[in-house]
Design a protein around this ligand. Structure first.
Ligand SMILES: CC(C)=CCC/C(C)=C/CC/C(C)=C/CC/C(C)=C/COC[C@H](O)COP(=O)(O)O
Ligand SMILES: CC(C)=CCC/C(C)=C/CC/C(C)=C/CC/C(C)=C/COP(=O)(O)OP(=O)(O)O
Ligand SMILES: [Mg+2]
Length: 289
């Protein structure tokens, strides 16, 4: 490895990996809480699985990092226009090294997932293959690429809950839906932001296909659907009243992101607002346990 550890962490976008791993452990915590005392309680009894929760965090951290690294490997040309400061276009990491590094992370993360149980392993294996497919081709297909990232990010909650088998996956399906909707909306906004570089590269993103305005309306529709459904975890007794108060702040953030896009015509600020709102939503999930 010619580049330093810090550069490889930057290639992994370790901040996103932390957030994703943290969200996955929240999934484990919420599923544990539901299966012990909530409306979906089963005959599961026992202490919180700290070791498996740690493996969940590590598996998601590694697979997310692999996804980011291989994404940058296939995005060299687009990123040299849109993001020249990133590790590969800036020359700080060789392209092939980034590719081999991503494969190593995919393998380690998937093996860790299988060490928890077969459902965790299969989710990690499927997600790894989807991340590679996304980086190679799906990213350039209108909406399908955005939906893939929406599923992948939302799946961290299902992955964390799958420590408890299919019962856990079922229990976290609402949180999966909320996250998937929010991320899908943000991905469309990011494609609006990247239209210039994508156009020069001949990428076939949704905004380039239907225009920034219509793509923006679709992103707003999906984002507002997520906001409308956000009380569901409380109404279904999955999360407590503290969730409701805090997710209201997240919803305000989502609405601010919508205003940045529709009124201020600023996709960059809208994308940032989406991310801040998602962070508040994560805090709301924890507070609601
Ligand atoms: C309405 C409601 C309650 C929504 C829930 C929102 C929520 C809790 C979303 C979860 C977000 C999450 C698990 C984020 C992890 C970080 C991550 C991997 C995000 C996916 O980002 C991919 C993106 O392409 C990265 O781009 P950038 O941030 O520009 O590097
Ligand atoms: C549940 C398990 C085991 C893994 C889930 C792994 C996760 C959270 C994946 C979803 C988020 C993620 C890390 C995606 C990586 C690919 C990526 C960076 C997509 C966005 O890339 P582009 O569309 O090229 O946009 P930018 O490169 O400009 O960000
Ligand atoms: Mg990219």
């Amino acid at each position: 490895m010619s580049a330093g550890i810090r550069t490889y962490l930057e290639l992994m976008r370790y901040g996103n990996c932390f957030m994703a791993g943290f969200a996955a452990v929240i999934g484990t915590l919420i599923a544990f809480n539901i299966l012990i005392s909530g409306p979906l309680s089963s005959d599961f009894a026992g202490a919180f699985p700290f070791l498996n929760a740690g493996l969940v965090f590590l598996a998601v951290f590694l697979v997310s990092g692999a996804g980011n690294a291989i994404n940058d490997y296939f995005d060299i040309r687009i990123d040299s226009i849109n993001r020249p400061e990133r590790p590969i276009p800036s020359g700080r990491v060789k392209a092939k090294e980034a590719l081999y590094f991503s494969y190593l992370l995919f393998a380690l993360g998937t093996l860790l997932a299988f060490s928890i149980n077969s459902i965790c392993g299969l989710i990690a294996l499927f997600n790894s293959m989807l991340l590679i497919l996304y980086a190679k081709t799906l990213k350039g297909t209108p909406l399908l690429g955005n939906l893939s990232i929406g599923y992948l990010t939302g799946s961290v909650f299902l992955f964390g809950a799958s420590v408890f088998g299919l019962g856990g996956v079922k229990a976290l399906s609402v949180l999966f839906l909320l996250a998937a909707l929010a991320i899908t909306a943000r991905e469309i906004v990011k494609d609006i932001e990247d239209m210039e570089g994508d156009r020069q590269e001949g990428a076939n993103t949704l905004p380039l296909r239907i225009g920034a305005k219509k793509a923006g309306y679709l992103a707003v529709l999906i984002g507002l659907l997520a906001v409308t459904l956000s009380p569901l975890p409380y109404l279904l007794s999955i999360l407590g009243s503290r969730y409701l108060y805090l997710v209201f702040l997240a919803d305000l953030g989502f609405l601010a992101a919508v205003i940045q896009l529709l009124v201020r015509n600023n996709p960059t600020k809208s994308s940032k607002m989406f991310k801040i709102a998602m962070f508040f939503a994560l805090i709301a999930f924890i507070a609601g346990v």
